[in-house]
Design a protein. Structure first.
Length: 285
């Protein structure tokens, strides 16, 4: 069976499944609140099963960006090394990262905002505290460069491994009958980040599971972190993007069609749920 490792953030974490010392979102009360109670409830477990594989290493760290000066940034050597187990490389790596880069607007904003996954090598005494606002105009380009460095590092470490990159898709607050995703949180639209993922994958010879292109939402407790139902929806979308599931499989999960409400930035908008350090990808329009 294929050995499949995951390179991700909080959406891919689960208590007892990530390397020791990695921050976890799906633990304790959050497992009960979301209904994601077992490893088999996660999106990655369902995707790996649909691939006919076995989970090898879940190298996911809650709150982490791709971009960063060191661990736990996705581009760091430690994150890439965590994809192997007992010296054995995975046959495939699924990458699902970038929402924190989009949410913060970049690594500098994460550090200034004192995020919970700031690289340990940074001396925050030298970084003036500041609440994040609009992202720099080149935020997506910087993200794309970091994403490409991350993929290049994975390819160098595991030259025989197939790498598949998932684009970022919108979550929808549970029980809402319309889309709630904030598509332009800090003035650089989410689609710019997805274009950066596609371009980085192409330049490094990696495959893309273009979930965003399917234009479906998944159910999430806070607009980002999937519920158990949202995990099933996300898994079906990833498998569909990989050519391993069809429209009927997505429909069976009840995944709703995305509905973009506006194009303007959320910073300064009365309908934005939060754009500060405790940001939410939620529009209440």
């Amino acid at each position: 069976m294929k050995r499949v490792s995951i390179l991700g953030d909080s959406i891919s974490t689960f208590e007892g499944c990530v390397p020791e010392g990695f921050r976890v979102y799906y633990e304790g009360a959050r497992r009960r609140a979301t209904g994601v109670k077992l490893p088999s409830d996660t999106w990655w477990a369902q995707v790996v099963s649909g691939m006919g594989g076995v989970p090898w290493r879940v190298g996911a760290y809650s709150g982490s960006l791709v971009e960063g000066a060191g661990f736990p940034a996705g581009e760091s050597a430690e994150r890439v090394a965590a994809l192997a187990r007992d010296g054995v490389a995975p046959d495939e790596v699924l990458v699902f990262m970038g929402v924190n880069d989009y949410g913060w607007g970049g690594a500098a904003a994460q550090a200034a905002g004192r995020g919970n996954a700031v690289p340990a090598c940074l001396d925050l005494a030298d970084v003036e505290p500041q609440m994040p606002g609009l992202a720099d105009a080149d935020a997506a380009e910087r993200f794309g460069a970091a994403y490409e460095r991350m993929l290049a590092r994975v390819r160098r470490a595991y030259p025989q491994t197939t790498v598949r990159c998932c684009t970022l898709c919108p979550g929808r607050v549970a029980d809402c009958d319309r889309s709630t995703f904030a598509y332009n949180l800090r003035g650089v639209p989410i689609e710019c980040y997805n274009d950066a993922i596609r371009a980085a994958a192409a330049r490094t010879g990696c495959a893309v599971a273009d979930v965003a292109a399917l234009e479906f939402d998944y159910e999430a407790v806070d607009g980002t972190h999937p519920t158990a139902r949202g995990m099933r929806q996300l898994a079906a979308l990833v498998l569909h993007a990989m050519g391993l599931a069809d429209d009927a499989a997505v429909a069976a999960t009840g995944a709703p069609r995305s509905q973009r409400s506006c194009e303007g930035p959320c910073v300064g908008c009365e309908h934005a749920a939060s754009t500060g350090a405790a940001w939410l990808c939620v529009c209440r329009r």
